[in-house]
Write a protein that binds this ligand. Structure first.
Ligand code: PRP
Ligand code: ZN
Ligand code: MG
Length: 225
């Protein structure tokens, strides 16, 4: 299968973090031969393999030690931690750096025509989301009895489709909400991309490679400031 001497890095295959993560790896001198349909890309100049996967899978891949590092949104990471804690599963990882990209917020949004005063308006209602653990934590903090309805995609259509009364989804420009006749109300989590690393032993060569990469990342981020 894989060569354990090669450093394995997970990036989102397609989505808000893909382009910036790949550009960063290029900027620190890692040559990658990425072909669209291939989920694994081997670096031609470093002992690095890139795994291109769904962002939702990245925290688990790092926590299970399947990959050594991953670029992931803090929202996905926090959701996975809450999910694992609820299931009594370990969720170890280390944050190496907080990146300067991937900024977004997880927000509650309601249909334009809803008479929304505050979060209590959602008492007894259904809210569609891909982040049920973060949403339920927020409901608990706010003492609101509402139901999170899990949808893995197209969350924005849930109110029109009669699946839920409101939604809780990621917002960056707000264009998706507007296109779907929704208004952002409560921000429940602010997120950026982070670079995370698995815990546990690592062969020396791999650890040294990783230790060489992180300062290069700092250099690229400082140059952009
Ligand atoms: C998020 C969210 C919206 C969109 C909002 O999806 O689910 O679809 O971004 O962005 P906007 O405010 O700029 O319009 P994402 O790109 O994370 O993909 P995913 O839902 O497939 O994970
Ligand atoms: Zn996702
Ligand atoms: Mg989406």
């Amino acid at each position: 299968m894989s060569d354990s001497r090669r450093l394995r890095i997970a990036v989102q295959k397609s989505g808000r973090l893909s382009k910036d993560s790949i550009e960063l790896l290029n900027a620190i001198g890692i040559k990658l031969n990425i072909r669209d349909r291939l989920l694994i890309a081997h670096s031609t100049n470093e002992d690095i393999d890139l795994l291109r996967v769904r962002d939702d899978d990245i925290p688990g891949l790092v926590m299970d030690g399947v990959v050594d590092m991953g670029f992931i949104g803090e929202n996905e990471l926090e959701e996975k931690m809450l999910e694992r804690a609820a299931a009594g599963k370990p969720a170890d990882y280390e944050v190496l750096r907080r990146m300067d990209y991937g900024g977004c917020r997880l927000s509650i949004a309601v249909p334009n025509e809803m008479d929304y005063a505050n979060i209590e308006t959602l008492q007894g209602k259904k809210v569609a989301t891909t982040y049920p653990f973060l949403l339920e934590r927020y409901f608990k903090e706010q003492n609101v009895n509402a139901q999170a309805v899990m949808l893995t995609g197209s969350v924005e259509v849930a109110p029109r489709a009669g699946v839920a009364d409101a939604i809780c989804d990621l917002v960056s420009t707000g264009a998706t909400l507007e296109a779907n006749g929704l208004v952002e109300k409560d921000v429940i989590f602010r997120s950026k991309a982070v670079l995370i690393k698995r815990t546990g032993e690592m062969p020396a060569a791999k650890r040294e490679l990783l230790e060489r990469l992180v300062p290069r990342i700092d250099g690229v981020m400082q140059a952009k400031e």
